[in-house]
Design a protein around this ligand. Structure first.
Ligand code: Q9C
Ligand code: ZN
Length: 340
């Protein structure tokens, strides 16, 4: 066995265990919540066994003003307050038309409904703390890139973040980890975000819609058929056209077509010439993912990692989705072996 030249720092924490909803509402009934603590555990265990990474535990809760650079202060306060109040997981169920919901003060149902776009981000007693720590990993990773500590850093975030916008949550996401990292890096130069989760990163797109220094690119299942449905179409090109690129793909997409989309995305990023690259890394494009339809193999993730790293940019990898829980360690190992 040869020793790799440099190990990839993987930032993690164990606080995420305290955020563990057991059920989500899907297709007319309750099903097991796919976004489980074991996801992050399996990835960390496999990567540490692979010798590819250097684990760094981060236990520093992120300062609220850093979160508020990306999220509405009232939303952050609402999440923190409701989280602290609840006993069991609290699910939003009333999604008022925002323009008619102006007098919300007391009810958690109204306040959480105001900031939610679906029922898949319930708030438990430790959900806010866990989300804040998850964001802290991404932020620390961004600092490490800025300080030139490494060319590639992996933030093993849980809960994920890319469905959370400036003032909305949903899709298992509360705080947008990748966006918080990108907003920090943006103060030092141009940033590209490449979202390769199976689902469109509607939250990240929302946050940087008007920002010409941040180029958001997403490859995902066609929202006409797939979650999050309301965004991710190819004609969404940013407030300043050319600052947002969506590449929707059909159900059942296999590697050759996916690779084409990836090459298109990487060429666009190369053309934008960013100082930093943030990857929203989802493993739910895997053929055996229980909630998705794409057909990528474990080996394809290695090819993907290699292609992204070949851009030669300082890159922060931020964990998003991926629900084939037992396979995630293997997928991450293939991916980061490709990166190295
Ligand atoms: N049948 C991420 O991958 N569930 N979130 C939709 C529709 C929400 C996925 C249920 C899927 C959210 C980070
Ligand atoms: Zn996803």
């Amino acid at each position: 066995m040869t020793t790799p030249a440099a190990k990839i720092p993987v930032l993690y924490n164990t606080m995420h265990h305290l955020h563990a909803p057991t059920k989500e509402y899907a297709n007319g009934g309750l099903v097991d919540y796919p976004e489980q603590p074991e996801r992050a555990n399996n990835i960390l265990t496999a990567l540490q066994a692979s010798g590819l990474v250097k684990g760094i535990e981060v236990n520093h809760p992120l300062a609220l003003d850093i979160i508020q650079a990306v999220h509405s202060p009232d939303m952050v306060a609402t999440l923190a307050n409701i989280s602290a109040e609840v006993e069991d997981y609290f699910y939003p169920a009333v999604f008022g038309v925002r323009s008619t919901m102006k007098k919300l003060k007391h009810s958690s149902a109204g306040r959480l409904g105001y900031y939610s776009f679906d029922v898949s981000a319930p708030l438990g007693k430790h959900s806010f703390e866990a989300a804040r720590m998850s964001a802290s990993l991404a932020f620390r990773g961004a600092q490490m890139l800025y300080n030139d500590d490494a060319q590639a850093v992996y933030a093993l975030c849980r809960p994920p973040g890319h469905h959370a916008g400036r003032d909305f949550i949903g899709g298992y996401c509360y705080l947008n980890n990748a966006a918080i990292a990108a907003a920090y890096l943006r103060t030092f130069g141009k940033v590209a975000i490449l979202d390769i989760d199976y689902h469109h990163g509607n939250g990240t797109q929302h946050i940087f819609w008007e920002d010409e220094k941040v180029f958001f690119v997403s490859i995902h299942a066609d929202p006409d058929l797939e979650y999050p449905h309301c965004n991710g179409y190819a004609d969404e090109v940013g407030a300043i056209p050319g600052t947002n690129l969506n590449i929707p793909l059909p159900f059942g997409t296999e590697w050759p077509r996916y690779q084409q989309a990836l090459e298109e995305a990487l060429a666009a990023i190369h053309h934008f010439a960013p100082d930093y690259l943030v990857i929203s890394l989802g493993f739910d494009t895997y053929a055996h993912d229980p909630i998705a339809t794409f057909k990528l193999s474990a080996e394809d993730f290695g090819t993907m990692g290699r292609a992204i790293a070949a851009l030669g940019l300082a890159t922060l990898y931020v964990q998003e989705g991926g629900y084939a829980v037992k396979a995630l360690g293997q997928l991450a190992t293939h991916f980061f072996r490709g990166v190295l």
